[in-house]
Design a protein around this ligand. Structure first.
Ligand code: PLP
Length: 384
């Protein structure tokens, strides 16, 4: 099967790193179950523990704090549904900009869910977080505060230092969805405030099918899947050793493969190119700190479904930032939480770069986007 030539959707899934592929292929040749005590089992156990060490290192965690899961969504659900139950939270506090995995897990707890807003630039409203914490203090409630570190749609980096200080100084619990920050920012899990964090393999060049929940302190008990006692009783089920090996290899190789300055430079070229093509382009979150690889933009009047289709036909894969599992382009709840009007949000496109993005990708994207834009303008001209 062949795929489009230009792939600019790394926030959805980053291409497999060669190191991850090699590690996975090696493991596929092995037989055994890592829980078996014989030599075959021990060989696979060693693979899992080596990978755990690499994931821990990239996350600034200890190996014991890493629980392998099947995805970040599973890790998030373990943290929020399992965590709120085992740590006896009374309510969940989430931001309106969370990934649906977090919002749905919060709902699934059956506890009251309080939603704090985002500023117009996509930053979590910290005054609102503080006032919800003060309110909970008065009523004696324990909150599980759930925030993301980097927004998958806009690339906005949340003020994690301030969030850590605020929640860390309280008796409330803190869960951080670090999926889009992992490998790009230092997580320092072991020495920072969050009780739990979630990360995912396929955002750093591993394969989909592995994620990890980072847990520490009293959160160490969190478990949704008791099963056969794997992962120190924290997540049952035979470990998918090949994908875990790929996750470990990706974690080890990611820093040398992903040049954040190079990626940020390419993203700046895209922004400059877009501004030259369409002076009325709106870049969402432009006034906030953003991770270097993500540009979420809209040219007013150019519907994202139309633009994406034009780009797709030309072999360029980008995203609306909110494609739901049905493959339809849906309205973005993140842009809505930022107060962006629905008509403009319907024009939002997300370009996300990664470890193998090149200047040629940028040039091809801009060329094809210009074609889409020219077609759109001539259609508009005919309609006028
Ligand atoms: N959280 C964020 C911020 C994400 O971007 C994603 C995936 O897009 C997820 C959670 C879910 O990750 P996974 O696909 O590993 O379940």
């Amino acid at each position: 099967m062949t795929q489009s030539a230009i792939y600019l959707d790394h926030n959805a899934a980053s291409p497999l790193l060669p190191e991850a592929r090699a590690a996975m292929v090696d493991v596929l040749e092995l037989v055994g179950n890592p829980s078996s005590v014989h030599a075959h089992g021990r060989a696979l156990r060693e693979v899992v523990e080596t990978a755990r060490g690499e994931v821990a290192k990239l996350a600034g965690a200890t190996a014991k704090q890493v629980v392998f899961t099947g995805s970040a969504t599973e890790a998030i659900t373990q943290a929020i549904v399992g965590g709120s139950r085992e740590l006896k939270a009374d309510a969940i506090l989430v931001s309106g900009g969370e990934h649906s995995a977090v919002l749905k897990a919060a709902e699934a707890t059956g506890l009251p869910v309080r939603i704090v807003g985002l500023t117009g630039e996509g930053v979590i409203d910290l005054d609102q977080v503080q006032s919800e914490m003060d309110r909970a203090e008065e009523s004696g409630e324990t909150l599980l505060v759930c925030v993301h570190w980097v927004n998958n749609e806009t690339g906005v980096v949340q003020p994690m230092g301030r969030i850590n200080a605020m929640v860390g100084a309280s008796r409330h619990l803190l869960f951080v969805d670090a999926v889009q920050a992992f490998g790009k920012l230092p997580l320092e899990f072991a020495t920072s405030a969050p009780d739990m964090m979630a990360v995912s393999a396929h955002k750093i060049g591993g394969a989909a099918g592995a994620g990890a929940l980072l847990v520490k302190g009293h959160a160490d008990t969190v478990r949704l899947i008791p099963g056969g006692g794997q992962e120190q009783g924290r997540r049952g089920g035979t470990e998918p050793v090949a994908v875990i090996a790929g996750f470990g290899a990706a974690a080890k190789a990611f820093s040398s493969r992903y040049g954040s300055n190079v990626v940020a430079g390419l993203a700046r070229e895209i922004e400059a190119g877009l501004k030259a093509l369409a002076p009325d382009v709106v870049i969402f979150g432009a006034g906030a700190e953003r991770i270097g690889n993500t540009i979420n933009f809209a040219v007013p009047g150019l519907q994202n479904a139309v633009a994406m289709m034009g780009l797709d036909l030309a072999g360029v894969s980008v995203s609306s930032g909110s494609a739901c599992s049905s493959g339809k382009v849906g309205a973005s709840h993140v842009l809505k939480a930022m107060g962006i009007d629905a008509a403009l949000a319907g024009c939002a496109l997300r370009v996300s770069l990664g470890w193998n993005s090149t200047k040629e990708d940028v040039a091809a994207f801009l060329e094809e986007f210009e074609t889409v834009l020219t077609r759109h303008r001539s259609r508009q001209g005919r309609a006028a």
